[in-house]
Design a protein around this ligand. Structure first.
Ligand SMILES: Cc1ncc(COP(=O)(O)O)c(C=O)c1O
Length: 463
């Protein structure tokens, strides 16, 4: 696949900023795009002259950056052909023996498993399982038990829901991918929060949709801009609470006023992680046409791989028609166990929320102590905070941080066009002492960066 010079220029964003020679900044940016999957394997990059013109730089800068990437195994070149993206083979020299085990992972926003509660739920699920042996086990809408349990879960939150409006999926990401495939055609426009959840960006780009980013700033969502963007769009995807990555919650007044002209998918994966104040009602209370997606991945455990879509049966029927192209249903035991957990109201466990609150506060305190120049507003829920550095260091910091024993997710992964180079998403999913240690390591990585060090690490997987 050929990639145009303008596309690459958009992806590298503000690469001119930062210390070091221009060719190194450019090759670092391109390498991170390859490692992130934003420049996919086999993609043919534009010629040096074209890219130099699109970037407003010299051909020598682009040529030197390309040569560096070739030397490090990220590009191949053949005479008279475009440079093609590849990945270096063989072992990575930077992974010292034992380093992986000691590295603290600040890239994943995933809760610890509530072991005893899960054991009990699976024991109960196994007792119920024989009931299902009479049937084939392929159920594209999900088991009746879980659809009813999810419907009751909405009902307890103030949104009466018939089980026929629920479809069970293998997590919220699967729900979103199914909706994107069902509802979008190539070149359709999709409104997204900016920043937003990276796998949502990937999902929409995979169906060749065009993204209309609407900024979510420290003061929140801009209702007028959302409405304006939605007036020309085919779909809007919002994370009203708790927003990933900022942890913000859309105010009730805005939910009431926000009548978007296009179908609106709201991702409420983090909605049960209420740390301060009262919980919001589900978004569809205010916008009855909203298509809601949910999951137990953050409120109970990601390994359950259970999520759902709440929508009108006519849309669910279309989704069910599209589903067999990728999967034929969700495992029955996991569904039965999740039904037990939802019926026992285990998604808002006071002790788990109390622990999360302590972790959030510990992370805030560690940042204030070791990275006082970093702005990190305290989120009222969810499990991540959105830190802003004074300089555009995020990608380089993410590349060097594993050398100092910590992995992080750089801001540009949460946006398009190279935005958010001053931001890093920091989850507070680790115990307080681990979080404090991780922040001390991050501060050391930042100091090394200031001294001119560079890193070569692959971005960690995200959740
Ligand atoms: C906003 C958002 N949506 C969806 C997902 C994916 O959830 P699941 O694990 O249920 O697929 C995540 C996971 O981090 C998320 O943060």
């Amino acid at each position: 696949m050929k990639i145009s010079s303008h596309t690459v220029a958009g992806m590298v964003g503000r690469w001119q900023e930062g210390p070091g020679p221009a060719h190194r900044r450019l090759s670092d940016r391109l390498r991170l795009l390859v490692l992130d999957g934003r420049l996919c394997l086999g993609a043919a990059l534009p010629g040096e002259r074209d890219l130099a013109a699109a970037l407003g730089t010299s051909r020598t800068t682009v040529g030197t950056a390309y040569r560096t990437l070739v030397e490090h195994g990220y590009l191949t070149t053949r005479s008279r052909a475009r440079a093609t993206v590849r990945l270096p083979g063989g072992p990575r020299p930077e992974r010292r023996a034992g380093a992986r085990a000691q590295t603290l992972d600040l890239s994943l926003a995933a809760p610890q498993a509530p072991v005893e509660i899960l054991h009990a739920a699976f024991a109960s699920a196994l007792e119920q399982l024989p009931r299902h042996f009479e049937r084939h086990g392929y159920d594209r809408y999900g088991t009746g038990e879980l659809r009813e349990a999810v419907a009751r879960w909405y009902g307890r939150r103030g949104l009466p829901t018939p089980p026929g409006h629920i479809m069970i999926t293998n997590g919220a990401q699967h729900a979103l991918a199914l909706l994107a495939r069902t509802m979008l055609s190539p070149r359709d426009k999709v409104v997204i929060d900016h920043p937003t959840y990276p796998h949502a960006i990937k999902t929409f780009l995979d169906v060749r949709a065009r993204l209309l980013p609407v900024a979510v700033t420290p003061s929140g969502w801009d209702g007028a801009q959302l409405c304006a963007a939605a007036s020309t769009a085919h779909l809007a995807y919002l994370i009203p609470d708790f927003h990933n990555p900022t942890g913000m919650s859309m105010p009730t007044g805005m939910r009431r006023r926000l009548g978007l002209a296009c179908p609106t998918v709201v991702d409420e994966t983090m909605a049960d992680l209420v740390l301060d104040g009262a919980a919001q009602e589900p978004f569809a209370v205010h916008m009855p046409t909203a298509i809601s997606i949910g999951s137990v991945s953050k409120s109970i455990w990601g390994g359950l791989r259970i999520g759902w879509i709440r929508a009108a049966p006519s849309l669910l029927e279309r989704v069910v028609q599209a589903r067999p192209a990728t999967d034929l249903g969700t495992p029955v035991v996991e569904q039965l166990a999740t039904a037990v957990l939802l019926n026992e109201d285990r998604t808002r466990r006071p002790e788990a929320l109390c622990r999360l609150r302590e972790q959030r506060d510990a992370l805030g305190q560690a940042l204030a102590a070791h990275l006082p120049h970093v702005r990190a507003p305290q989120p009222s829920g969810g499990m991540t905070l959105w830190a802003t550095f004074p300089e555009p260091v995020a990608s380089r910091l993410a590349a060097i941080a594993p050398d100092h024993g910590v992995t992080i997710a750089a801001g540009p992964r949460f946006g398009i066009g190279g935005a958010f180079e001053r931001n890093v998403r920091l989850p507070y999913a680790l115990p307080p002492d681990r979080l404090a240690l991780a922040v001390r390591r991050l501060a050391r990585a930042e100091a090394a960066l200031t001294r001119g060090a560079t890193g070569t690490h692959t971005p960690a997987p995200l959740a």
